[in-house]
Design a protein around this ligand. Structure first.
Ligand code: PLP
Length: 412
């Protein structure tokens, strides 16, 4: 069934509480790749912890703490179901994608040795590059890259060329955050496994937009942030296959991740996933994340993909009709439109659009190798989501038509 963004907006206080406006202008929020608005049910789920069941988890021997434990365990089970994980023990709560990528990289460090290869792509986000740079320095492993094609996509052919018998880790975004291209994760994973490499899916830009099924794709690790998929900030997930989590070293050490320790340094780790969750956890965030998973599942990913594709098509057609834009991803696979207005700096375009109530992202989008390929220092990115409407697209296109007048934004 088609989704109705006007109906959905009633669930989102950022629209319903402010009559879909901001600072007296229609609110046209098109920076959903950066973060998403939250439905009331997610806010309520977080508040439920603060208002009804506040207690620390996994350490209290009283009924209130047991209720908090139960809610936290149920949240883990909900996220496991959302990803179709085999077991909820394979779900580790993190503070977000960046935390998850660092946990994966440092956790796998003991498996790497000099000469091993870690395969990335030039379009990866900093969070899926810099942890690997650090781990490569420590292990003397080598970072290698899949070359991009003329459209700046990661093709299967180039991926196959980049995989070698030395590749020990492949870490790629299933959907790129600048151009929105998706890769065939299942196929990529099976080829990685053929050469004996582990496959890590940076799913920051895919979990909110496409169905994720970790058993079907067979990824070894998948990480994402809650805040880009209608969930709260400060919570995310690292999914790991049990056999992989068993090999991983925890990144953080402290309370509730250990079973025993002694003064001579003796330490026994707690079970999985607890050994990866040191210290007091973001219980409210986990409850909110679980609610976001349920909310997205109730809408359905077919409807979400169809809606985003419709908005994206309209935006591309509008930009082309305007005639003043350079579009970098005309054939993108998700609701991301990346462009420049001829002879205007990306930041100036974003500031100008903001003066019209249209909020987009400009710059390098944390993917700082990609500008070499795009042959521009910065781009403007509009990213659509479930609550964006045709009117949003039309307001955006009308504003882009006059973006050469960007100086107006500074003097109005
Ligand atoms: C592909 C990708 N990976 C990682 C991240 C980092 O996510 P976070 O800042 O939520 O940790 C982002 C954020 O934009 C992203 O788009």
């Amino acid at each position: 069934m088609r989704l109705d963004p006007y109906l959905l907006r009633k669930d989102f206080p950022m629209y319903s509480k402010h009559d879909s406006s901001f600072e007296g202008k229609p609110l046209v929020y098109l920076d959903n790749c950066a973060t998403s608005f939250k439905p009331q049910c997610v806010i309520d789920a977080c508040n439920h912890y603060y208002e009804d069941i506040t207690a620390n988890t996994r350490r209290g021997d009283y009924s209130l703490a047991h209720q908090a434990d139960k809610a936290y365990d149920e949240a883990r089970a909900t996220v496991a179901k959302f990803l179709n994980a085999k077991d909820s023990k394979e779900i580790v709560f993190t503070s977000g994608d960046t935390f998850g990528m660092n946990m994966a990289a440092y956790g796998l460090l003991p498996l790497l040795k000099e000469g091993d290869e870690i395969l990335l792509s030039p379009s990866e986000h900093a969070s899926n590059v810099l942890p690997w740079f650090e781990v490569a320095k420590l292990s003397k492993a080598k970072i290698t890259y899949v070359e991009l094609d003329e459209e700046n996509r990661i093709t299967l052919e180039n991926y196959q060329k980049a995989l070698t018998s030395k590749t020990k880790i492949v870490s790629l975004a299933s959907v790129g955050n600048v151009l929105g291209y998706a890769i065939d994760v299942k196929k990529f994973v099976s080829l990685a496994h053929e050469v004996g490499a582990l496959y890590i899916d940076d799913a920051a830009q895919s979990v909110a937009h496409k169905k994720s099924d970790v058993q079907d794709s067979d990824v070894d690790i998948l990480v994402f942030s809650g805040h880009k998929m209608l969930g709260p900030t400060g919570i995310g997930t690292l999914y790991g296959k049990m056999s992989v989590l068993e090999k991983m070293k925890p990144l953080f050490y402290g309370g509730e991740m250990n079973a025993r320790f002694k003064r001579d340094g003796y330490l026994t780790l707690d079970d999985i996933p607890e050994r990866f969750e040191a210290g007091t956890q973001n219980v409210a965030g986990a409850l909110g994340l679980a609610k976001a998973c349920e909310y997205l599942s109730s809408i359905g990913f077919d409807a979400i993909e169809e809606h985003e594709a419709m908005l994206r098509k309209r935006a591309i057609e509008g930009l082309k009709k305007n005639g003043n834009a350079i579009i970098y991803n005309e054939n993108s696979d998700t609701g991301i439109v990346t462009f420049n207005i001829k002879d205007v700096f990306a930041q100036d375009v974003a500031t100008y659009l903001s003066s019209k109530g249209v909020f987009v992202r400009s710059g390098q989008h944390c993917a700082k190798i990609l500008p070499e390929y795009l042959k521009t220092q910065g781009t403007v990115r509009a990213s659509f989501y479930i609550y964006n409407t045709i009117e949003d697209v039309d307001t955006f296109i009308a504003a882009c038509a006059t973006a050469e007048d960007f100086l107006d934004a500074f003097f109005s």
